[in-house]
Design a protein around this ligand. Structure first.
Ligand SMILES: [Zn+2]
Length: 163
């Protein structure tokens, strides 16, 4: 009974039970593959169920999960086992992930300053992760900005003195 109360106070995330189901299915798919890589068919069943749940409940998967599931055949993409991962420098630098089951190719840009939607400051997930740390960071950045500003002022004064 005590456990139940605790769960009620903690469970403030909408559709938490669905997230738990998705989490379980994803972990099961990985476990089944780690036990025996020939269990790809079973892992695919878990991942396809995961995808169906997320679709029906309109709950988005984190990119770290979504990028490890093949879009075409739903197989779990494990580098070196069910997928190949290569970095290509042609055009813009990008990562190419190929599913060994159906040969589906996915490309992800490898930009330095690129932020995923989960990492954006407006995203709920990122706020939960870094609530305390953001204030400190902002403060230090501000100080750094001030320093830069003063440096630029001093340099401009020096420049004027030289002229
Ligand atoms: Zn595939």
């Amino acid at each position: 009974m005590g456990k139940r109360k605790k769960a009620d106070t903690v469970g403030q995330i909408a559709g938490k039970d669905n997230f738990q189901r998705m989490n379980f299915l994803y972990q099961m798919a990985h476990t089944v593959m780690s036990v025996n890589p020939n269990n790809a068919q079973l892992a695919r069943y878990y991942t396809s169920t995961l995808k169906r749940i997320s679709k029906n409940c309109v709950q988005r998967q984190d990119p770290s999960v979504k990028r490890t599931i093949c879009k075409r055949c739903d197989s779990l993409l494990i580098p070196g086992v069910t997928a190949t991962v290569r970095i290509r420098a042609k055009r813009e630098k990008h990562v190419v992930v190929t599913c060994l089951e159906c040969r589906m190719v996915r490309r992800f840009l490898a930009r330095k300053d690129y932020q995923l939607w989960t990492e954006l400051p407006t995203s709920l997930g990122s706020q939960r992760k870094t609530t305390g740390a953001t204030d400190k960071k902002d403060g230090s950045e501000r100080i750094a900005d001030k320093k830069n500003h003063s440096e630029t002022i001093s340099s401009s004064i020096e420049g004027k003195a030289d002229q």
